[in-house]
Design a protein. Sequence first.
Length: 482
Amino acid sequence: MMSTALNSSAVWNKCLEVIRDNINTQSYKTWFEPIKPVRLENNILTIEVPSQFYYEWIEEHYVSLLSKTIRHFLGPDAKLAYSVVMEQTSADTGHAYRVNMPTAFGEHKTKNPPVNLPLTSNKPPVNPFVIPGLKKITIDSQLNPVCTFDNFIEGECNRLARSAGLNIATRPGQTSYNPLLLYGSFGLGKTHLAQAIGNEVKKLHPDKVVVYVSSEKFTNQFVDSIKNNSVSDFINFYQLIDVLIVDDIQFLAGKERTQDIFFHVFNHLHQNNRQIILTSDSAPGELKGMEERLLSRFKWGLSADLGVPDMETRQAILRHKMYLEGIEIPEDVIEYIAYNIKTNVRELEGAMISIIAQSSFNRKEIDLDLACQVIKNFVKNATRELSIETIQRLVCDYFQIGPEKLKEQIRKREYVQARQIAMYFAKEFTKSSLKTIGLHFGGRDHSTVIHALRTVQNLCFTDKEFKRYVEELRKKIQLSTG
């Protein structure tokens, strides 16, 4: 029994390493850290979860990830079993008891139909999404079936992007929105919307070949094709696709050979009226390290911004999430979450999940007191404290000047403005006093800092170019706290 326990713990710890890399930190801490491995017998790994609700949530949201991970370490015949801690309903004892529960342990994937195309040789095109040597008669779209238009809440922040996406799904490759570039900060739904378009295309046009790929995976596949002397196979595969979705295109920056290959793939697909959908953290004009010929092509279609959802949209997102999970939460709790979590949708949903989890674990009713307690800790843990030094570094990087220029007695206009903007953000993003801020800028007094704050505010009203500097820098500083 001792060796069995050790084996189950060792296998589960290996699984956790993979799972941790595939979900966000908050979800990992909430749903996987409390799980305990119980035993490993006959290739069946049994894990203990703390409640019936917990078991249902894991089965609904993470069974596919668990399936792939456990089979990776134990082989294709591995199985998962649950031991669920149940509340004792008898009045004779206060103890809990455990019951074994089944698992779906199924693979929920969106599949493309078999691809039957004339080939120049007797071997099929190489599919970079599968391990070499394994036959694949279908091309896996790599889409998450949960990402649909029904699950994507429309608001002022995303109305243009969502409408364009629906239009594309109806007539992929036949609209003026080719390519469609969705851009915005993290956690605002770019990936969800891009995959929703792909899933809708699969529903309306089952014959279309749709593939979703991150730019990082695309790059790694290209590097592997170079090592294996199979670049032609790599290009041929991507030229077969009807709808290509590339996530986080900004990570191609600086990768000249990968950009060159993507340029040729892009041209082929676009010339043959195949749909291209891209996501990025910035608009095309703000992407750095990208070839001009690619940037010009990104502007051929539509670039749609996904902004931060307003209060009304945040509440609608929470209500929809509750509806999907079959959970009721008081209206004042919904308003409280929406009012306090303003940055992005991911954190908004994460906060609600944390409240639900705390309610389940501690068997407390979901009310405003519980929400206040959870949100207080959630916001504190989710935000990294900014230092004046960090702000100075970000401002200097943006204006491409040395950090010492902010502290020296230099009256050159570009240095003075950079210094004033850095002081302005030091006041906005830190709790430092005016005196402390002045000391970080070469020992200047508090009156200099006050003058800097007023100057920045006034120039934002009168100088459009200056205002653009400030807004772009604010975005970069906010991203650095995520």
